[in-house]
Ligand binder design. Sequence first.
Ligand SMILES: NC(=O)c1ccc[n+]([C@@H]2O[C@H](COP(=O)([O-])OP(=O)(O)OC[C@H]3O[C@@H](n4cnc5c(N)ncnc54)[C@H](OP(=O)(O)O)[C@@H]3O)[C@@H](O)[C@H]2O)c1
Length: 189
Amino acid sequence: MGLQCLILHWGLSEAGIETIKKAHDICPLTVVESEYSMIWREPEKELLPLLEELGIGFVPFAPLGKGFLTATIDTNQTFAKNDTRSRQPRFRKENMEANQVLVDLVKKIADLKDATPAQVALTWVMAQKPFIVPIPGSRKLSRIEENINAANIKLTKEELTKIREALDNLELKADRWDPNSDNAKRVGK
Ligand SMILES: NC(=O)c1ccc[n+]([C@@H]2O[C@H](COP(=O)([O-])OP(=O)(O)OC[C@H]3O[C@@H](n4cnc5c(N)ncnc54)[C@H](OP(=O)(O)O)[C@@H]3O)[C@@H](O)[C@H]2O)c1
């Protein structure tokens, strides 16, 4: 007799492709959480097509690139030891400087859409697939309200195509972790 699935809704965070397939086979998954944003588009390669095929929802964490896409982070900014950004290559000064091209792009779109950079970053994530619900983090009520209002901004098909082309042409220094770090070894297993 096969295993009986007694869970109504459940999800996995940062799981790899094979783990998702195996888990879904045992008990259908409701949702998967992983990092996804204009600065980290890795899920487009394998994860999003798999979730679409299996009918699983996607909850991207860090949809604001941990604040970077909001255009409020100064490249001279340093991060406290207990802030994960202090250990992430993409938040080193030289890499933040290299990635300003992306902030400039987000700001340009924000001007065109009469929106804020944070709203553009969220609208873009939501526009990629109908089953995506981003979870931006903020400790400030005004920013939470600003972020919620991203749902009222719409990007046209033409705008999305142009943004995709622009993103594809950027050379970003966007690594999440140093390749030999424990974090890098744990992700996507
Ligand atoms: N499963 C996992 O491994 C994992 C990993 C990371 C995160 N998460 C979850 O995902 C959630 C979101 O990720 P995250 O917080 O790391 O990254 P995020 O949502 O991309 O960015 C959050 C950062 O952006 C700032 N921010 C938010 N809204 C803003 C706005 N409108 N304008 C300017 N700055 C703004 C926040 O600062 P203020 O707080 O000062 O507004 C904070 O520093 C977290 O709350 C966490 O629960 C899960």
